[in-house]
Design a protein. Structure first.
Length: 204
């Protein structure tokens, strides 16, 4: 149904769709839609094509579960990366945050979340089994647990530590330069970089 505030049903529908994006309210949605209306048709077509292709063609790396254009992402397929070290992170944003620091040259493993009983998220809902399999089937010498320093992150760290107890691998955790309860992706690059470099052995 067309909003009484709009003279165009197409405008109203576009604003409704933009309003569904996280953090975008009706006023911001209207501003974005009006901005698109002022652009050349070619620019808007390029924008809509990029969004459509993103949803239809984006893949998740078969190795680390990071977003990729191919079956194996550019990080995992890069021969210059240290394939013996895996940095375990909660989500894709954390990979981006660590890459910005330019302090880590190993590979990643994206869990897709952390263990959170309150939200009904258990170990089987995350990419923990594939991490264990990856460690056992490859020449991995170190696993860095780079999860946010929250109760859920610490719980996940300990669970992974127990699952890898029989593996001949060093398990370390990033230094606590990251404030308690802070999310990794929002930590400044210098602090995050130092936390990776100054990582310590994981202890119960």
């Amino acid at each position: 149904m067309q909003s009484p505030d709009f003279s165009s049903q197409l405008l109203s529908q576009a604003v409704d769709e933009f309003s569904k994006l996280p953090g975008v309210g009706p006023k911001t949605a209207l501003r974005l839609v009006l901005h698109l209306l002022r652009q050349d048709v070619e620019q808007v077509d390029a924008f809509s094509s990029a969004i459509s292709r993103l949803r239809k063609e984006v893949k998740y790396c078969e190795v680390c579960h990071n977003i990729s254009d191919n079956d194996v992402c550019s990080i995992c397929s890069n021969p210059k990366r240290d394939a013996s070290t895996i940095c375990v992170v909660e989500n894709i944003q954390d990979v981006m945050a660590i890459e910005k620091t330019q302090s880590f040259r190993g590979l990643y493993h994206v869990l897709g979340g952390v263990i959170s009983p309150m939200e009904g998220i258990g170990p089987s809902d995350l990419q923990i089994a594939s991490l264990v399999e990856r460690v056992h089937n490859n020449d991995i010498t170190e696993v860095i647990l780079a999860l946010s320093p929250t109760m859920e992150g610490d719980t996940t760290n300990f669970y992974i530590f127990r699952k890898l107890a029989d593996a001949d691998v060093t398990i370390s955790v990033i230094a606590r330069g990251v404030a308690q309860n802070d999310e990794l992706q929002y930590t400044d690059e210098v602090t995050l970089g130092r936390s990776i470099i100054n990582r310590t052995p994981f202890k119960k």
